[in-house]
Design a binder for this molecule. Structure first.
Ligand code: MN
Length: 239
């Protein structure tokens, strides 16, 4: 069967004294999609809506990768003192890309920053800093306590009768965790499908879409784990 094409939205970094402006993407997203049977391509950021529409003519599905924080003005909030680095160029691409893709019911899988951007695009809001706004026993930024990208460090509990539950095939899964922000008010059409034990939203979906799933963790880094691999297989299977 011919491989379907997945466009991965990448991130940007600004010009500095020593480096030019750049696009960047962790290679794990590409590897996970290849392993699941798709052909990944990387989508550059753009503020041109014609180009965004053109992307949707090329790809069969969209993967929103992790990245820096979404600009709080996008959801009507003032910047919190602990707001991290933002990626305004990516916001400019991602919000219209999400809206246009969903208007066509194009399959979309959103990871980390991706689930946050998805929520904002659909009218939701974010906690800008978990440690100060939602103090927790868990380490949602596991690199701060010395864990590698591929370490499964906290459990998430999955709601029954959800797509996520049928994909994972279980009521919970272990995940990695590399976020300091979290979903607050949930965007239109989304339902929460998984939480960590401290109540943080770890996954959402829209059951009315062909495939619209967002996760706060990074399954692309844990493809040694069958439940993580199934997420990519289900997404590619829906293309
Ligand atoms: Mn987490």
């Amino acid at each position: 069967m011919a491989r379907k094409v997945v466009g991965i939205l990448c991130s940007t970094s600004n010009k500095t004294d020593t480096t030019p402006a750049r696009h960047y993407l962790n290679r794990a997203y590409v590897w996970a999609l290849e392993q699941a049977g798709a052909t990944p391509i990387i989508l550059p950021v753009t503020s041109d809506l014609d180009i965004i529409n053109s992307y949707l003519g090329i790809v069969d599905g969209i993967l929103l990768s992790g990245g820096e924080d979404v600009e709080p003005q996008r959801y009507g909030a003032e910047p919190h003192p602990q707001l991290g680095k933002t990626d305004i160029s990516r916001d400019e691409t991602e919000i219209p890309l999400i809206k246009t893709a969903l208007a066509q019911d194009m399959p979309l899988f959103a990871i980390c920053r991706g689930i946050q951007a998805l929520n904002v695009a659909l009218g939701g809001t974010l906690y800008q800093d978990i440690p100060s706004e939602l103090p927790s026993e868990l380490h949602h930024l596991q690199s701060e306590v010395g864990f590698a990208r591929n370490a499964l460090t906290h459990k998430v509990t999955i709601e029954p009768n959800t797509r996520l539950r049928s994909i994972v095939g279980d009521s919970d899964m272990m995940t990695n965790s590399f976020h300091h922000q979290a979903l607050q008010k949930i965007g239109n059409g989304l339902i929460v499908t998984a939480h960590s034990s401290d109540g943080i939203v770890e996954a959402v979906e829209n059951p009315g879409c062909s495939f619209l799933v967002g996760v706060q963790f990074h399954p692309e880094d844990t493809t040694h784990d069958e439940k993580s691999r199934r997420l990519f297989e289900a997404f590619v299977g829906a293309l």
